[in-house]
Design a protein. Structure first.
Length: 297
């Protein structure tokens, strides 16, 4: 016979609920994140996620790990505060493309994972006291691939900078053009170049921060058209990847080839800057290019 006076919660909870009130809730699986620890890709050491976030996702060995667009914007703007600028909508799947999986399905999956429409995110705010529009390319969204949405977002960011009469800063990260959009994605190389010319006509600075990795059509367009090119330590920067180059020329590439430090040595990058120092360095450069005087430290 079932005891009707016995609390139903105790019946369902078993020994854990009888042990102490509230214990079951405390040890609930949802209170223990699966990603509490992050593996260091260089040493294999397990790093406490909270500590890694506090270090701006830079490991003890100095590796600058890839971060998503919202995190990048928070790290860049003063106190993590900024005005979000919406990215324009574009036709979806204009070629009805499928590579074994419909392009629309890939887009929907990427949007669900990232929580936004496409790879680009735009913000306006102060960087160490200097106002700027910042556009961030997120490698976690389909490899940061350049498509129509990314091109339209870049143009929108340039126009927002012109409207506000402030510099434009672009953080790049991409594996190249988005193959599912074919020639339409390649057209964005020319369209973004024209947007940069509009900035130059207004005498507004365009500064590029190259992050890991920046390759393909992005490198062949707006990533290399800045007034100043900064890069994060260890970032892979190039057009074709090193393995493709080695297979083509049948020669072994020099150590560090296509990495930020090597490219700084060769003059392709102006300065390699750690993530923690980027806001300060960006503010100095932007203030100088705008002809102003940076506020006293």
């Amino acid at each position: 016979m079932v005891d009707k006076n016995k609390p139903q919660a105790e019946k369902r909870g078993g020994w854990l609920s009888r042990f102490a009130p509230g214990v079951r809730k405390i040890v609930s699986r949802r209170d223990t994140p699966d990603n509490l620890w992050v593996k260091d890709p260089d040493t294999g050491e397990m790093l406490y996620r909270v500590d890694l976030e506090g270090a701006l996702w830079v490991t003890p060995t100095g590796r600058h790990m890839r971060i998503d667009a919202p995190t990048r914007l928070r790290f860049t703007f003063d106190d993590g505060e900024f005005e979000t600028i919406d990215t324009p909508s574009v036709p979806e799947d204009p070629l009805k493309f499928s590579d074994g999986k419909p392009y629309k399905d890939r887009l929907n999956a990427a949007r669900k994972a990232a929580g936004r429409k496409d790879t680009m995110a735009i913000g306006f705010g102060s960087i160490d006291g200097t106002e700027a529009v910042v556009i961030v390319q997120d490698f976690t969204f389909m490899g940061g691939s350049l498509g129509m949405a990314a091109g339209e977002a870049f143009i929108a960011a340039a126009h927002a900078a012109i409207e506000r009469k402030v510099p434009l800063v672009c953080f790049t990260a991409a594996g190249g053009a988005r193959m599912q959009e074919g020639a339409l994605s390649l057209m964005q190389m020319a369209r973004t170049t024209l947007a940069i010319q509009e900035l130059k006509a207004e005498q507004l600075p365009f500064v590029v921060v190259l992050t890991d990795p920046t390759t393909g059509g992005v490198t062949a367009s707006y990533a290399m058209l800045g007034d100043v090119h900064l890069a994060e330590p260890g970032a892979l920067i190039g057009f074709a990847g090193p393995r493709v180059i080695e297979a083509t020329i049948r020669e072994k590439l020099p150590p560090g080839f296509q990495r930020a430090e090597y490219l700084q040595e060769k003059g392709m990058v102006d300065k390699v800057v750690t993530r923690a120092d980027l806001p300060r360095v960006l503010s100095q450069i932007l203030s100088m290019l705008m002809g102003g005087t940076r506020r006293a430290a």
